[in-house]
Design a protein around this ligand. Structure first.
Ligand code: SF4
Length: 272
């Protein structure tokens, strides 16, 4: 079975014919998909087809979709079939809606997403990328610059120690570098921030988040995602211990405090 991460991009392959060089261009045709939601209203503007891609290198302690983490799970889906699904849904998208790719981490399949988003743009469909921002390379830059109308970037934590505690990985700067890259491109971005009691809701962290991004002109919105335990049964089904089983949900007062702090820095702050 061919894994999506092994698919080739628009690669020029040099063929070893004697005395001459020939070139064949191959284009990825497959995305590795966990699931598809037809009428999503929480993952970007308007009504959206949301495609959850398989595979993620992080293991966030609150992950709602831990079954998307394994690189070899999910199913292989033909890009043209996904495009056809999106085209059928186009009448429902209205002026704001479109297609969101989420996960898992979509940028792990950036080469195939280049093909997919290019086709969606040819069909006049709005494209949105929901990402943890861990990969910034030739392919992801091309995807962001040429075919991604909106980036929704997950900010996991404002300190390196906190970032590692939440995601299991070091180097939060990778995500911030992607934010900087998007800012320079001048194209639209939303930030998303999960408010975990006792872990990410300290007012000092919220002010640090606001100060870091307050000069960014491309950020249209900051979405606070209240903490809840919706994914816990999936952790149990995988035989994994859920790290936040003793963590409570946010109170209304805590949510409103966070909104009030972040409104000092961002033009639009929403609770998702
Ligand atoms: S980045 Fe997203 S999909 Fe990956 S582990 Fe974190 S919450 Fe789950």
């Amino acid at each position: 079975m061919v894994r999506a991460s092994e698919q080739q991009p628009n690669t020029t392959i040099q063929m070893p014919f004697p005395n001459k060089t020939s070139a064949i261009t191959t284009t990825p045709t497959i995305l590795r998909v966990h699931s598809v939601e037809s009428f999503g209203t929480h993952d970007g503007p308007g009504i959206r087809m949301v495609i959850f891609l398989q595979g993620c290198k992080l293991k966030c302690i609150y992950c709602h979709n831990p079954d998307t983490i394994a690189m070899d799970g999910g199913m292989e889906c033909d890009i043209e079939q996904l495009v056809a699904m999106a085209v059928k849904m186009k009448p429902y998208f209205g002026k704001k809606g479109g297609v969101t790719v989420s996960g898992g981490e979509p940028l792990l399949q950036a080469k195939a997403l280049l093909s997919f988003f290019k086709r969606l743009k040819e069909e006049g469909i709005h494209t949105n990328l929901d990402t943890n921002g861990r990969i910034l390379n030739h392919f992801t830059k091309a995807l962001l610059d040429d075919y991604t109308d909106l980036v929704m970037l997950d900010i996991k934590h404002m300190t390196e120690e906190g970032y590692e505690a939440v995601t299991g990985m070091r180097n939060k700067e990778t995500t911030f570098n992607l934010a900087k890259y998007r800012e320079v491109s001048g194209k639209a971005m939303w930030l998303r921030y999960v408010l975990i009691p006792g872990i990410t809701d300290d007012p000092k962290l919220l002010h640090a988040l606001g100060r870091y991004f307050k000069a960014y002109k491309t950020i249209e919105r900051l979405e606070i995602q209240p903490y809840h335990q919706l994914g816990v049964h999936k952790w149990e089904a995988l035989g994994w211990e859920y790290p936040l089983k003793n963590t409570r949900e946010n109170t209304q007062e805590e949510l409103q405090t966070a909104v009030a702090i972040l409104k000092r820095y961002f033009k639009e702050v929403t609770l998702n």
